[in-house]
Every structure is written in structure tokens, then in C-alpha cells.
Design a protein around this ligand. Structure first.
Ligand SMILES: [Ca+2]
Ligand SMILES: [Ca+2]
Ligand SMILES: [Ca+2]
Ligand SMILES: [Ca+2]
Length: 713
């Protein structure tokens, strides 16, 4: 349940601010007697170490060296000029003072590289790295770099290497590095890469911005990227490459039209480029700006297995996949699911590369490593404007291609399977990506990822917000019988109302056929999932509009809601599964929908638009006898919805970017009524953030240059 987190977060941050500014120790008054009644400070203030004549690098290093394990090094506002590298130490956290703008600026053309061969249990948050790169490079199998989180950081500028090859963040043989909510910005003077991960495990890149900020400026001035995210490296003797990797909820943008300079063959080398990986999940990202040329592409994937590409939105180019003959990487493409993505080719015709979803295999591959291709699923992808699916292998039968809208299918060598594909094959990962929620009930967002090590029981790797850092725990996972979750999603909400978010999904239940299962969060992770209700009648509208989580009846317990069938014979309805804390009770909450094509493009928005404590449902639909376009809102009552028009004044961007980036939901003015916002148009048509602000019964349009709401799910 994301709703309400912001308010609680503000209170927590305010409390952090008060304690965060208590005098650091050591420093301050070293001769003063320690007050034994006061617990040792949890923070060390860099400002205490500022001394005339001492350079900033020495000052920062002195503060880091003075910090004890468990303490946080707090940077007061300012620009710290680094003429040499600093070295973070394990077991400490590093953060900007609350609300402070803190810049670590590297000196000289080459800037500064913060190299670490060992670093454990560290969170670095809120710092801006200007001309400063981070290299976390351990020896193979050393487990020397473990559980490092970069959160809400900014990386900009940096040295220009040949072919734009230098990365802001480089990982090698790391375990459990997370990049969360960070910005990677490269202007025309500083082209290069974003994050490069070489042969690392449990890497997560989530909710980060490459080439843009949350404001989504259409000029994309900081999108001079060769590649936003790279995963490479593999050891054929051990089978290890990048393993258990999640890329979820990021935006990567390349400045349109910049191509590559003459003589710089690889200065454009795909938005996300991955090879040699095992269990790579790429979920809910948005990519644009890479060309539909051999050098471009929103994603390039090859020589890997167990890859899940789900619910991403791509513009200007799509996905290129293949197996390349090689001495040092697996010559296979197995168990790959490319489903429910949206690809907007902007009307391109005649393109051969990245023109949708393309696969080919190098003819030199002789199959020493077994069959090159097996279990490839390409399904449910939406082709917005042009594009095609192309498969070129003599093992075409290994490909199942089904349910992709408006896409031409070309299979060059034999027929691919185009019907009766299994809805969720055994190898599919219904829990791909991360699940976000407040799982420990402290008012701050956490996330969990499902890990399936070879031959081991699966477990949840939980990243729990804790003070200035992250507590990482392994929770047992009982996730059998979840096949339907690949279609209907995994829902996060506080279904029993204890303040901790829980998980719900649909699947097979003993004696009941299909059912909804709920795994309640407790002190030690998720309890074994229990059946909470029969699945009930689902229809084509169920998967079309998805399953929604909200507290629709206002009893402080989250409920499920989806389009389905009610009564006998079944009529279309809003099927409400209200929680009583131990199970769901299904009732009809009426129908009265009036869809338009915009309903499908933008989807449903669930929040308390009327401000009465009950969640409501809004969407772009039709209103009135004439069916005029409107924001159609189904306002929750005691036992059903009251529907009304909340006005129109919808003014999306002219170039389709509003649909690409989606519409956000949140309370921008803090009056308790949820509002909507998106990158659209204002005034005489200039690109701005356009908000539809609720007064409890209708929306009023308002504009800003800034993004004020969290990105859409
Ligand atoms: Ca709960
Ligand atoms: Ca409820
Ligand atoms: Ca309401
Ligand atoms: Ca509001």
C-alpha cells in the first residue's frame, strides 16, 4: 500500500533530522566528559572535521575514519572538492544531511575514481557525485563486496574514454549491490555509460533515471549515453556470470538524434545490454532515444538463460536477441519470457533491427553446449505504431509467439508455435522483479525480490529501510502454485490491517481449484500463504485492466478489486474482494463503466480522490449522453460505486510521451484528496507537468515545470 507513505515518511524524516544534527562523536568537544546517561550518537558529522588548511578529501576521510561500525557519516550542505579519492569503510552508512544539497566534486579532467576492493554492509544515500566515479571490484569468489546500496544519489559528468566507454558505476564480482532511486546524467561534453555489472550476483537496479530526471524534460540534454546499463562477463568453467539480477522501474533515455561521432563505432551500444546472465529480470522500465539501427536498440539480450522481460515500455526501438558464437560465454538462449511489453516504433517501416522483437543465431554454433534455444515465449506485447517479430533459427519450434497485438511475424526457418502456448510454463517466473511495500510497518518503503538459487529452496531477499541504511534479510518463500500470478500479477497491500504490507496472488489451491492466496508479513518475514477466497469468475477485462489493491470500504484493511463477472448468469461487474483480515468476501460493486481507447492506454487509477478514507477508481473514459471524453470516477460508497464525471481538460503531450511515461497518482497539495499528474501540455501548448487537482468532487487543472508525484507503478 503506497498511499499514505509520504506523510509518514515526512514525520520519520523530521525525527531523523532532529537526531541527525546532534553533535557527532568523536569531534566537537573531545575533552568534554561524556554524558553517560545519553546513548552514543548514531551519526558522525563531517562538518565537525572541517579545519582551516585541510583539504576536503582529508576532511571527509577523517570523518569516515572516525565513524564506528553502525554509525552514519552525515554530510552538511556544500560542495566537497576532492583532489584525490576517498575510501568508504564497511559497516557504516553515508548520507546527506536532511534536505541538504551535497556535492562530491572530482578535480581535474579525469576526475576522481572511488575504487574499492572490499566493502560490506554500506548504504550511501543522497550524495551527488560530480566527476566522481565508483568502482566496486572484488576478486572472483571473494565475497569482499557485499550488500552495498546506493540510494537517491546523482552521478554526473566524468572523464571521456574512447568510444564513450567509461561508466559512472562499475561492479565486478560483487554480491548484493543495489542502485535505487539514483540519477545518471551525461551532457554532450561527458558521454559514457551508466551502470556496468561484470559477473556479479544479486544486483538490483531500480527506480533510477538514466539521461533524465524525474522532471522528464523533453529535450533530454543529459542523455549522452553509449549504454545505460550493461551486464557482462561469464566463466564457462563455473557457469557464473551475472546471476539473480533485477532491473525494475527505471527510465533510460538517450538524447535523440545524436547518433555516434564519425569513427566511433560503438558510441551507441544499446540502452540495456546483457549477455552471459542467469535469472535476469527486466520489469516495468521505460526506454527511449536509442535508434532502430544495428548500434541502437532499447535492449539487447544474448547468450543467457532464465531471462524475464515483463511490462517494459520502449519507444523508438525494441529488443534484439541472439546467440553469438563464442569461446567464453554460453551459446544458449533458454527459458526466456518476453511478455506484456509495449513497443512504440513511432510509425517506422522498413527497419530491420530493433524493429520490435528480433531473434537470430550465429550459424557457426555447433551445439557443444546442448540445444542453443529452448523455451522462448514472446507474448502479450503491444505494438503501438509499427514493428514486427522476427525469428531466425532452425529450431523455430522452441519459440512460442502468441497474443502480440498488430505485429507482423516473420519466421525465417520453419514455423514458430503461435497458438496453445502454455499460459505460464513451469520455468516462468511469476514473481519477476521487485515487490515494493512497507513490509516491516515502520512507515518507510521496503522491497523484496525472490531468489531461486540452483538446487536450493527459494527465498525472499528483503531490503528493509532502517535508519539511514538498509537491513537485508533472507525470508523463507513458499511460492508454489502461483502460475496465475504471471497473468494477474502479485499484489502488495496490508490485507489484515496490522500496518505491514502483505502479498497476494492467484494460483492453484488444494480442494478449491484456483484461489487467492495471501502471505501475511510478520516479525520474521512472510507467513506461509493461505487461501483467502476462490478465484471467482474472471473475464477478458480482468487481464485487460488488471487487479487493483485499495481500501475501498474504508475499514483500514486493503481489498482487491478487478473487472470480472457477478451474479448468475454472470454479468460484467466490478468484483470487490473485501478483506475481513482473514479472508476475502466477494461482492459486486456495480458496473457502469464507459471505456474509450484512452482507458486502455492509461489504465485505472486507484486512490482516495474524494478524501473520505475509501479508495476510488478513476480512468480516462466517456461521460454524459454524448459520451464525451472525461475523467470518469467511480467513487466508493458503503457497498458500491457512485460514478460521475470529474471533468476533462486532459492535454497530453503531442508526441505520445504521456502514454510512454504514464499518469501518476498522489496528493500534490496535501489536502487528503488524491490528484493526478503527467508530463503534458499547458498554456499555449508548451511541455509541462499538468496536474488534475481534486477538490473532492471534480478535478481542476494546474501546471508546473516540476514532477511532484512519484512515478506511476
Ligand atoms: Ca499486514
Ligand atoms: Ca477494506
Ligand atoms: Ca473515496
Ligand atoms: Ca490533493
Amino acid at each position: 500500500m503506497r498511499r499514505g507513505l509520504g506523510v509518514i515518511l515526512a514525520a520519520v524524516l523530521a525525527a531523523t533530522l532532529l537526531t541527525g544534527w546532534s553533535p557527532g562523536w568523536p569531534g566537537g568537544e573531545p575533552d568534554a566528559p561524556r554524558d553517560v546517561r545519553r546513548p552514543a550518537s548514531k551519526t558522525v558529522d563531517v562538518g565537525v572535521f572541517l579545519t582551516a588548511g585541510r583539504g576536503d578529501a582529508s576532511t571527509v576521510q577523517a570523518a569516515i575514519d572516525a565513524a564506528e561500525p553502525g554509525q552514519t557519516v552525515v554530510f552538511p550542505e556544500g560542495v566537497y572538492q576532492l583532489d584525490r579519492p576517498i575510501r568508504f569503510r564497511s559497516g557504516r552508512n553515508y548520507t546527506a544531511a536532511e534536505g541538504a544539497e551535497v556535492v562530491l566534486r572530482g578535480s581535474g579532467d579525469k576526475g576522481v575514481t572511488l575504487g574499492h576492493e572490499e566493502l560490506r554492509d554500506v548504504t550511501i544515500s543522497g550524495l551527488q557525485f560530480d566527476n566522481v566515479r565508483l568502482e566496486l571490484t572484488a576478486e572472483e569468489d571473494s565475497e569482499a563486496i557485499v550488500d552495498v546500496t546506493l540510494r537517491d544519489c546523482t552521478f554526473r559528468n566524468g572523464p571521456v574514454g574512447s568510444e564513450w566507454g567509461v561508466a559512472h558505476v562499475l561492479l565486478r564480482h560483487t554480491v548484493g549491490v543495489t542502485v535505487d532511486g539514483c540519477e545518471f546524467l551525461r551532457d554532450s561534453e561527458h558521454p559514457g555509460r551508466g551502470v556496468v555489472s561484470d559477473s556479479s550476483r544479486l544486483t538490483v537496479v531500480k527506480d533510477s533515471w538514466f539521461g533524465t530526471t524525474a522532471d522528464l524534460d523533453p529535450s533530454v540534454q543529459d542523455g549522452w549515453f553509449r549504454t545505460a546499463i550493461n551486464f557482462w562477463g561469464h566463466d564457462l568453467s563455473t557457469g557464473q556470470g551475472n546471476d539473480e539480477v533485477v532491473v525494475d522501474g527505471n527510465v533510460w533515455r538517450r538524447t535523440p538524434g545524436i547518433g555516434s561521432p564519425a569513427g566511433c563505432e560503438f558510441c551507441q551500444d544499446h540502452g540495456l545490454y546483457a549477455w552471459g546472465s542467469r535469472r535476469l529480470s527486466i520489469v516495468g522500465n521505460r526506454a527511449d532515444g536509442w535508434d532502430a539501427s544495428p548500434a541502437g536498440g532499447s535492449m539487447k539480450l544474448r547468450n543467457q538463460h532464465d531471462t524475464f522481460v515483463v511490462g517494459n515500455r520502449m519507444r523508438s526501438s525494441g529488443i534484439y536477441t541472439y546467440v553469438y558464437a563464442s569461446q567464453n560465454m554460453p551459446e544458449v538462449f533458454r527459458r526466456v519470457s518476453i511478455r506484456d511489453n509495449s513497443i512504440d516504433m513511432l510509425g517506422a517501416t522498413g527497419c530491420r533491427h530493433y524493429c520490435g522483437v528480433t531473434y537470430w543465431r550465429d550459424a557457426e554454433i555447433l551445439g557443444q553446449q546442448g540445444v542453443p534455444e529452448s523455451d522462448v515465449f514472446i507474448g502479450g506485447n503491444a505494438f503501438v505504431d509499427g514493428g514486427l517479430i522476427s525469428v531466425s533459427t532452425d529450431r523455430a519450434a522452441a519459440f512460442c509467439v502468441q497474443g502480440n497485438s498488430a505485429a507482423a511475424l516473420i519466421s525465417h526457418l520453419g514455423n514458430v508455435q503461435t497458438s496453445d502456448c502454455p499460459p505460464a510454463p513451469e520455468w516462468e517466473e511469476p514473481f519477476a522483479g521487485v515487490q515494493r511495500g512497507d513490509f516491516d510497518g515502520d512507515g518507510r518503503e521496503d522491497f523484496v525480490q525472490l531468489v531461486r538459487d540452483d538446487g536450493e529452496d527459494p527465498y525472499w531477499r528483503a531490503h528493509l529501510s532502517a535508519g539511514n541504511g538498509v537491513q537485508i534479510e533472507e525470508w523463507p518463500a513458499q511460492v508454489g502454485g502461483a502460475q496465475l500470478a504471471a497473468q494477474l500479477g502479485v499484489q502488495v497491500g496490508d490485507f489484515d490491517g496490522d500496518g505491514r504490507d502483505d502479498l497476494a496472488w492467484a494460483g492453484a489451491c488444494r480442494d478449491q481449484g484456483n484461489c487467492w492466496r495471501v502471505a501475511l508479513a510478520g516479525d520474521d518475514g512472510f507467513a506461509p500463504p493461505r487461501p483467502w477466497a476462490r478465484l471467482g469468475p474472471v473475464t477478458a477485462e480482468t487481464s485487460r485492466f488488471g487487479v487493483q489493491v485499495g481500501d475501498f470500504d474504508g475499514d483500514a484493511r486493503d481489498d482487491l478489486l478487478f473487472r470480472g463477472a457477478c451474479g448468475s448468469p454472470g454479468e460484467p461487474c466490478w468484483r470487490m474482494l473485501s478483506s475481513d483480515g482473514e479472508s476475502f468476501h466477494a461482492t459486486s460493486w456495480g458496473d457502469a463503466v464507459a471505456w474509450t481507447s484512452e482507458s486502455d492506454v492509461y489504465g485505472l487509477f486507484v486512490a482516495d480522490f474524494s478524501g473520505d478514507g475509501r479508495d476510488d477508481v478513476a480512468y480516462r473514459g466517456a461521460c454524459g449522453d454524448a459520451g464525451e471524453p472525461c475523467f470518469r470516477v467511480h467513487v466508493s460508497g458503503d457497498d458500491g460505486f457512485e460514478v460521475s464525471s470529474w471533468g476533462d481538460a486532459f492535454w497530453p503531450a503531442a508526441d505520445g510521451t504521456t502514454a510512454h511515461f504514464g499518469i501518476s497518482v498522489g496528493d500534490i497539495d496535501g489536502d487528503g484528496d488524491a490528484d493526478l499528474g503527467y508530463r503534458g501540455r499547458c498554456g499555449d501548448g508548451e511541455s509541462q507537468w499538468r496536474y488534475h487537482v481534486s477538490d473532492g468532487t471534480a478535478f481542476t487543472a494546474a501546471c508546473s515545470t516540476r514532477a511532484k508525484l512519484p512515478p506511476p507503478d
